[in-house]
Design a protein around this ligand. Structure first.
Ligand SMILES: O=C(O)CCC(=O)C(=O)O
Length: 309
């Protein structure tokens, strides 16, 4: 296993230990920030190797072989009992979500299983030691402290594959749609590229400054005993494609994502995968986590504090 504290890291505005004032201002202005060199190549490879083992060992019941979609209508349509439950109870587990069309009518894999997954979520940060170490590493803590956060907690984590050829589009959204707090502005995603994220393999695209327009859609739990288990309030507007700018990042870099900034990623039509490890944190001081969110802390896994010192 490779240590996760080696070396200094670098933003696009210079070399330093954490973020500069300039970086913080850029993040506040644009709603996202690319920071190169959070992890070394070897650290990225260790995470990828561990995920390879997890996928080799995965066992997914037939009724849980579900595809993951960020499309509003597809999400509602795909909620059949059993698999909706598999998603909504995944906050304190390590579960598997697949790309479209990877199973035949009997539920058997049509593609090699290492190439079938859209993502694994949502508690790698709690149960997988290597992912836990990266989540709480000095550099991450230093970035978040520089943003002025006093008492951040880790909400969820995901490993996203963006498989070559079939890695699906992620439609424009704001993370606060799914991770709602009062007041807003208390959630950030840290999206760590474990391979170069490029224009060809489906890097993130952002509408800079869009974190200031409020949110247009919320995913909420429906009342206990009803079905589907979640619903949406509001709709995502049709954003002008020309407003989006790409955020390419090299292997080992991290993209900071404000909870309200509008972002998306395209289908990966290239021959290369685009693996990332991403997790979301919330500033818990003076903020309320919505009981309507799909994700809830559990007895098994309360949201852990990010800072360890
Ligand atoms: O990895 C991607 O393509 C999209 C991830 C994303 O939108 C998110 O984590 O909020």
């Amino acid at each position: 296993m490779v240590p996760v504290e080696a070396g200094s890291f670098r933003t696009r505005t210079g070399r330093m230990d954490a973020l500069t004032e300039q970086d913080v201002l850029k993040f506040q202005k644009d709603g996202y920030l690319v920071v190169e060199g959070l992890l070394s190549e070897a650290e990225c490879d260790s995470l990828r190797e561990r995920m390879h083992e997890i996928v080799e060992d995965m066992e997914v019941p037939m009724h849980c072989r579900i595809q993951f979609s960020t499309d509003h209508d597809e999400q509602l349509r795909d909620q059949v009992k059993g698999n909706a439950d598999y998603f909504i109870t995944s906050g304190d587990k390590i579960r598997f979500f697949f790309e479209k069309g990877v199973f035949d009518e009997k539920g058997e894999f049509k593609v090699p299983k290492q190439h079938s997954l859209n993502k694994v979520g949502h508690a790698l940060h709690a149960y997988e030691p290597l992912f836990k170490r990266v989540t709480h590493c000095e550099k991450v803590q230093s970035i978040v402290r520089k943003l002025g956060w006093k008492s951040p907690v880790v909400l969820q984590s995901m490993y996203i594959f963006k498989q070559p050829g079939i890695g699906g589009e992620v439609t424009p959204h704001q993370d606060a749609t799914f991770l709602y707090t009062e007041p807003l502005g208390r959630v950030i995603g840290l999206w760590i590229a474990l391979e170069d994220a490029t224009l060809d393999n489906g890097c993130l695209w952002f509408i800079p400054g869009s974190q200031n327009i409020g949110i247009t859609r919320r995913m909420v739990r429906t009342p206990k005993g009803s079905f589907p288990l979640t619903d949406f309030i509001g709709r995502e507007p049709d954003y002008d494609d020309k407003l989006f700018v790409p955020a390419t990042v090299k292997k080992g870099g991290v993209v900071l994502i404000h909870g309200e900034v509008v972002h998306r990623s395209a289908q990966n039509n290239s021959a290369n995968s685009r693996h990332v490890y991403t997790f979301h944190i919330m500033e818990s001081q003076d903020a309320c986590w919505s009981l309507d969110n799909w994700l809830q802390p559990t007895e098994e896994l309360p949201f852990p504090l990010l800072y360890t010192r």
